[in-house]
Write a protein that binds this ligand. Structure first.
Ligand SMILES: [Zn+2]
Length: 319
C-alpha cells in the first residue's frame, strides 16, 4: 500500500482547547496540531505564534477575546515555519518579534517553505487566500529580549537557546509564573519535525538550555500542556530520546556506507515502537532522516525544502 504523502490525507478537524495557565497566561492546544499562546500585559497582549493563515488565526483570537480585549502589542514567532507565521496579519500587532536567523530564513526560503508546508499539511492552511504574503519580523534579536508586562505581572523573557529545530528558534519564559512556551524545540507526545534541524546541537546543549529554566509548566509546539516539574522534564527527555535514537541509527548506516533509505528504515524501525503512534510521525520521518543524513555528510546549513524536493525524498524513502 502506498502511504499518502506527508499529512495530505489527514483531513479530520482537531478539537481545540483553550487553557488558562495562570492569571493572564493562555494556551490553545489542538490534539497534536500546532499550539499557540498569549500572555497579558497590564494594557496589552503578547501573542505567541500566528498559525498558518489569518482565517485560522482568527479562530484562535475569537476564543482569546472571550477572556481579554487588550490589543496585541507583540506577536512573537518562535521560528520561521509557515504554519507558525503566515497568519500574522490577523493580529494587527504593533511589533512582530523573532530571532535574527528567522528573518534570514524567511528571506532565503519563506516562499518555498509556504508551498512545501501547504502541500504537506493542507488542513492547516484553511483560508489560504487570506494570507497577504510572507510575514516579516519588525523586531529581531540574537540572544535575549525582555518584555516588561507591567502592573506587577513580571517580565516575559524571549530567549535563544542555540540551534535546534531551526537555526533561529526562541522560547518565551515567564520567570514569575515559571511557565515556558518552548515552540518546536520540545514536543509533548507528538513527533518531532527535524527537516531543518541541527540534530547534534539540539539533542545536547540546546535542550540542556531549555531544561535549565526549571519550568513548572511547558507548552510545546504540539501536544497537550505539560504540568509539573517531573512531567516537564519527561517531555524534554522524550524529545531528546527521539533525537538521539535517530542520530544513533542513522549514524550507524552512514558510517558503514549505506544509503539514506536504509537509514530511514533503521531509524523508523527503532523509533516506531516508542513514538510511532504520536501525531505526524509517519509524515516527518522521511524528511527528518534526509536532513540528518545531510548533516552527517557535513552539510551545515539545511537544504531548502521545495514542493518538488519533498515529493522526491518522500518517494525515495518508501519501501
Ligand atoms: Zn516548526
Amino acid at each position: 500500500m502506498v502511504k499518502p504523502f506527508a499529512s495530505s490525507a489527514d483531513l479530520a478537524e482537531k478539537a481545540e482547547t483553550l487553557e488558562v495557565l495562570a492569571g493572564g497566561v493562555y494556551a490553545l492546544t489542538a490534539e497534536g496540531d500546532p499550539n499557540v499562546g498569549a500572555i497579558e500585559g497590564e494594557d496589552f497582549l503578547v501573542a505567541f505564534e500566528a498559525r498558518a493563515t489569518p482565517v485560522m488565526a482568527r479562530r484562535w483570537l475569537d476564543k482569546l477575546r472571550e477572556h481579554t480585549g487588550k490589543p496585541v502589542k507583540f506577536l512573537v514567532l518562535s521560528h520561521y515555519h509557515a504554519v507558525r507565521v503566515l497568519g500574522a496579519a490577523a493580529f494587527d500587532a504593533a511589533n512582530i518579534v523573532a530571532h535574527e536567523q528567522t528573518r534570514v530564513l524567511i528571506a532565503e526560503r519563506g516562499e518555498a517553505d509556504w508551498k512545501s508546508e501547504r502541500d504537506r499539511m493542507p488542513r492547516l492552511f484553511t483560508g489560504e487566500e487570506s494570507i497577504p504574503g510572507l510575514t516579516w519580523p519588525t523586531v529581531t534579536f540574537t540572544d535575549r529580549m525582555t518584555i516588561d508586562l507591567g502592573g506587577g505581572r513580571g517580565d516575559l523573557v524571549l530567549q535563544y537557546c542555540g540551534r535546534g529545530h531551526t537555526a533561529g528558534d526562541i522560547v518565551a519564559w515567564l520567570p514569575q509564573q515559571r511557565i515556558l512556551f518552548a515552540g518546536d524545540l520540545v514536543e509533548a507526545q507528538a513527533a518531532l519535525y527535524t527537516g531543518d534541524a541541527f540534530h547534534s546541537d539540539w539533542s545536547s546543549s540546546t535542550l540542556d538550555a531549555v531544561a535549565a529554566f526549571g519550568a513548572e509548566a511547558l507548552i510545546g509546539g504540539r501536544g497537550a500542556v505539560v504540568r509539573g516539574r517531573s512531567d516537564v522534564d519527561a517531555a524534554i527527555a522524550q524529545t531528546r530520546a527521539f533525537l538521539t535514537s535517530m542520530l544513533e541509527h542513522t549514524r550507524a548506516v552512514h558510517a558503514r556506507g549505506g544509503t539514506p533509505r536504509e537509514a530511514f528504515e533503521a531509524a523508523h524501525a527503532a523509533l516506531a515502537p516508542t513514538f510511532g503512534q504520536w501525531p505526524i510521525f509517519e509524515h516527518c520521518m522521511p524528511f527528518n532522516v534526509q536532513r540528518l543524513w545531510d548533516e552527517l555528510d557535513g552539510v551545515d546549513w539545511p537544504h531548502i525544502w521545495t514542493a518538488e524536493r519533498d515529493r522526491e525524498v518522500w518517494a525515495a524513502m518508501q519501501r
